[in-house]
Structure formats: structure tokens, C-alpha cells
Design a protein around this ligand. Sequence first.
Ligand code: PLP
Length: 343
Amino acid sequence: MIQNLVRPNIRRLTPYSSARSEFKGKAEVFLDANESPYDTGYNRYPDPLQWKLKQAISTLKGIAPEHIFLGNGSDEAIDLLLRIFCEPGADYIITLPPTYGMYRVSADISNVAVKEIPLRPGSFQPDVESVLAEADAHSKLLFICSPNNPTGNSIRPGVIRELTKGFPGIVVVDEAYIDFSAQESAIRLLPEYPNLVVLQTFSKAWGMAGIRLGMAFASEEIIGYFNKVKPPYNINQLTQEAALKALDRQEAQEAQVKQLLGQRTLLQQYLGGLPFVERIYPSDANFLLVKVEDPTGIYNYLVDRGIIVRDRSRVMLCEGCLRITVGTPEENERIFRALVEFE
Ligand SMILES: *Cc1c(COP(=O)(O)O)cnc(C)c1O
């Protein structure tokens, strides 16, 4: 029962009812929302539930619009999940480090404790038994990042199934990098698992990080709670329009993803030939986790040449590692040439 996992105050909440959501039907004169009547292109409040955009996403993803929530980045969806399900000071979340840092920051902001069950060293797969052993009535959310940031690997589908089946709370599968992966999305598991939430984003493969648009896919019941707690007009009109335009360029997006995957292979080959590179982890994402002899030295050396990578060398199980995003052919050439000179 999902309802029993929801915080009592959220279950009882009477949501804000906006002018535009109270009115249903067709009208010509809008004097209900204290907007300016003068047409600037943006004088009206945007659609609070973004139906047109959800329809387009629905077609792309093969899931009904009622199963979609759109947020101001995935980060908003993560924050709302915490506020819907986790009672501050009482409930907690489980994360599988090394992983995306926002789960902890969001939990810290909400005063929700975090229990960390590290991925297995080497394979970076979850230890299913240990995770399920930690679960109880207060472990409300389990965050699985697949493909995982910063390790780059996908979590095995069987493992996602086992965890979702056995976990008593909500399982959140963060698929920010799914378009770079050969693995299928967990969206197709939704009909089987009512406690599953899948997150995706326009920030990576779609090349739209600047518009801040994240997606959550889940049961209608969970989407209903998202809609209950979200700020009424959380996705602005500019973002809705820009996302619709981006979805019209699907073929270009797919070509870019293909190009990046080719560049990822090339970068792997380049870096693999450098003597100070100890290990390149397999990647299902648009970045490589690379273990090097002197991560901080290399990081600073690259910064001096105007090239910024992510120093992950102080992150659990990522000792000695830099995370390098795959760029354009020219950018990849540039970092490679700089690294050859570092020798
Ligand atoms: C980049 C990234 C996101 C994207 O967050 P947005 O708020 O949608 O930009 C989400 N999850 C992970 C794991 C990421 O690496």
C-alpha cells in the first residue's frame, strides 16, 4: 500500500488550487488570475500540469501522460520524493555509494537520515542482501542510479527487480544517462511494481541542461502525490516550449548520442595508451571514470590548460579517479593532447 508510506501531513494536505486548474472548459476572457491582459507572449500562467508536453513525452516513452511528472530538473523530483515520503528526524533513505551527490544533499536539507550501503568494489553492483537487511518501516526511499554516476556502469536488470520486489519502501531508479546505455529503461517494469519511480532528464542526452526539466515515471497514485505537493506552476512556459522543440529534433538527438558513443570508445582507446592511466572503467554513460597515478596533479595540470574534469579521487571506492565527460571530437582531441604532454 503506497498510501501507508506517505507522510500523514501529505496524505491530509489540501493542495493549492490555482485559478487555471479550477476552471475547466473553453473561455475567451480570462479575468481569474490577476495576469496582465497585454500580450507579451508570456503574460498568462503556464499549464500547471504541462499536458501538451506530457503528451509528446508519452509518445516518445510509450507510457500514458498520467504516469508522468515533470520537475524543475530531476533535482526537484528527488526533493519532492523526500518531502512526500520521509518524516524528518524519523525516516531515512538508502543510497548505494559511490553515487550521485544530490540524494544526500536533498536528504540533509530535509533533515532525513541517509544509510549508505556501498556498491561491491570492482563490479559496482549493489549487494542485494545487505540492502534488504537494512530495510525496515522507516527506510522510505532506496536510490539506485543506473547507469551510475560516477562509476558509469548500469545496475543489472535482475538486481533492480530483486531490490524493487524486496524493498518495503519506494525504489527510485535514476536513469539520467539511460540514453547512452544499451540496457532497457526500468519504465517497462512499472506495471509490475507499484513502489517503483523512474527518473530521467533533459539535461544529458537531450542537451537541454539549461532549461531545467526532469521527468519522473510512476504509478498514477505516486504521480498524484507529486502533483499535490509541487509548486503550482513549477515548469515555466519557456521550458515547456523549448522541450517541445527539442522533442521535434529527435533524429538529431539520436545522431548526437551515436556520435558521443563513438567518441567514448575513441577516448577509451586514447587514454588506455597513457602510462599513468591505471584503469578505465567500462561506461554506459557519456563519461569515463579513469584511475590515474596522480589524480590531483593531473587535475591541476588540466585546469592550468583551461580543461576541467571532475576530481573524484576522494570519493569512496573511486580512489585515484577522475571523471571525464565525453565532449566533441575537438574537445576530446584537446584533452588527449594535453595528457600526452603531461607524460
Ligand atoms: C546529471 C544527473 C541528473 C540530472 O539532474 P537534473 O536536475 O535533471 O539536471 C540526475 N541524476 C544524476 C545521477 C545525474 O548525474
